[in-house]
Design a protein around this ligand. Structure first.
Ligand SMILES: Cc1cc2nc3c(=O)[nH]c(=O)nc-3n(C[C@H](O)[C@H](O)[C@H](O)COP(=O)(O)OP(=O)(O)OC[C@H]3O[C@@H](n4cnc5c(N)ncnc54)[C@H](O)[C@@H]3O)c2cc1C
Length: 490
């Protein structure tokens, strides 16, 4: 979907939405239904953003559990998010199922629980208070095996079409315009080689995603580098720059979710890697274990890379290596497919094709494997021996891996994959309040400017799976209603 570019140098509507993902579509549908003429501008030739390629699991607490959900999210945010913002999110999220069904979608509860290693579980933080309220849904009928963002996007874009809400594609917003009262009055959009002024009689809503593809911002704000993204390449932090230029306060700039991935020259984005059985370890460039491989929440597995050696500069674990034996490799594909940019590639069930391509390195013995990945041979051999002795003893005094995950690496050949930090999405951006108003450095709302979605997400420290699409859909609707409720400027 995408509409023809504007023919004049200026356009008018009540509400201009910047970015056509889940938050933008939800905001636009809601603003339209509240009586505002609405237009979306989208930077990429194809709309949908991260939402379209996500796993489409969204948070919607069951009726009566809202207080628990607030308590849970508050605990995850470690006091970095105003409680009123969390409360508004939860209240709106509790109605998302009803809203999705109201616009013609089918919904069902979805669970992440699986038996892969490291494990992906839901709720992400079961030991935190209120976790029972963190229930996720997806779009689609029972029996749909692949809960996909495409289904959600089709539903949203069908609803935009039905309402006649235009998305102007290949039209990056470049700068916000303000009047002498500091009110945001529109946005300059680059379109068809021209700069087009899009005036907003009521408000502008920023829903242009995170900074997954802005290397400078990643270098400045994220705790490690390189951090390779797997989502929509249009998410380059433009909303952060534009909001900053009109005085917005930023928050949560260092919060990011992601795991580990294999980079190959044939594909731009890394492939997410997890093992079908627990017989694997991670080693650093020195050939040593450095973490409890099975002890991380899946969205924060990237933190395992954040281990430094006080005696040596640089990142000793970027890249690191995942090491397993033949028995584990044969248990199932290291990459189980799913969302992201590499959907087209079908990873082989026994990993044989990827061994043949050299994406997975084989060695007849620990020493041969070490030689092939340029790691000290004696050290890797000793690391595997030591790990195997922990497995025999049923305890891991080094990193306290759970007994049931202590499976020895015994059957040659041995295999290594080079692993890099793999980013799902960032959370940082302009701070917002419970009505989705962007807050300025002076602590007051920037007049007529709203935001929703992962741009300035409320997740202030930890994150619960389903919370981002959940936020896009819920806070998108809050922003749409608030923006439509502004008095027209003319
Ligand atoms: C592989 C993957 C799987 C995921 N799975 C889940 C999941 O199951 N559950 C969950 O909760 N979260 C998940 N997430 C995260 C979630 O998808 C996103 O955080 C959420 O969809 C963001 O929605 P959004 O509308 O804020 O941004 P997006 O959907 O990314 O939309 C932003 C849009 O703005 C556009 N844009 C950027 N700059 C400009 C500009 N200057 N002018 C105009 N347009 C611009 C972008 O091109 C993009 O289309 C996943 C993410 C990925 C990458």
């Amino acid at each position: 979907m995408g509409d023809s570019p504007p023919t004049s140098d200026s356009m008018d509507c009540d509400v201009v939405v910047i970015g056509a993902g889940g938050a933008g579509a939800s905001a636009a549908i809601t603003a339209h239904d509240a009586g505002a003429s609405t237009l979306i501008v989208e930077k990429m030739p194809h709309p949908g953003g991260n939402t379209r390629i996500s796993n489409c699991s969204w948070f919607c607490p069951p009726a009566g559990t809202e207080e628990q959900a607030v308590e849970h999210i508050d605990a995850l945010c470690l006091g970095r998010t105003d409680r009123s913002v969390i409360e508004a999110y939860v209240t709106a999220a509790s109605k998302t199922k009803e809203w999705i069904e109201g616009i013609g979608g089918q919904t069902r509860i979805t669970h992440f629980l699986n038996i892969r290693y490291p494990q992906v579980t839901h709720p992400s933080w079961p030991a935190f208070p209120g976790s029972a309220a963190m229930v996720n849904h997806t779009v689609g009928a029972e029996g749909d095996t692949n809960p996909s963002g495409e289904r959600l996007w089709n539903l949203l874009s069908g609803n935009l079409d039905k309402r006649g809400i235009k998305i102007i594609t290949s039209a990056p917003a470049r700068e916000l315009c303000s009047n002498d009262k500091g009110e945001v009055t529109g946005v300059v959009v680059e379109c068809g080689g021209k700069r087009v002024m899009v005036r907003a009689r009521r408000a502008v809503v920023l829903t242009c995603g995170g900074f997954e593809y802005n290397e400078k911002m990643k270098e400045q704000f994220l705790p490690l580098m390189p951090f390779h993204a797997v989502g929509n390449p249009g998410n380059t932090g433009d909303g952060i720059t534009m909001a900053g230029a009109v005085g917005a306060q930023l928050w949560h700039m260092g919060v990011v979710v992601g795991g580990v991935g294999v980079r190959v020259k044939e594909y731009a984005a890394p492939f997410a890697i997890s093992y079908a059985a627990p017989g694997f370890i991670y080693v650093n460039q020195g050939g040593k274990r450095f973490t409890n491989e099975c002890g991380w929440e899946s969205h924060f597995l990237w933190q395992s890379f954040y281990a430094f050696n006080p005696k040596r500069p640089g990142y000793p674990t970027i890249p690191m290596f995942g090491i397993c034996d033949q028995e584990t490799l044969r248990k199932g594909a290291l990459h189980v497919g799913g969302a992201g940019l590499n959907l087209a590639y079908k990873w082989s069930a026994d990993n044989a094709a990827e061994v043949a391509k050299g994406w997975i390195v084989e060695g007849g013995s620990p020493r041969e494997l070490a030689r092939r990945i340029a790691v000290d041979q004696a050290v890797l051999e000793k690391t595997i021996e030591k790990y195997n002795s922990h497995c025999a003893a049923g305890t891991d005094p080094d990193f306290h891996r759970a007994r049931e995950t202590l499976k020895a690496l015994g059957t040659p050949p041995f295999y290594a994959v080079e692993l890099w930090p793999r980013m799902v999405n960032t959370m940082g951006g302009p701070r917002r309040d419970a009505s989705a108003r962007v807050i300025g450095e002076n602590g007051r709302p920037v007049p007529r400017l709203y935001s929703a979605g992962e741009l300035g997400s409320l997740w202030g420290h930890l994150y619960c799976g389903g919370g981002n699409v959940g936020e896009a859909l819920a806070v998108g609707r809050i922003a749409g209603v608030s923006a439509a409720g502004e008095q027209p400027l003319y």
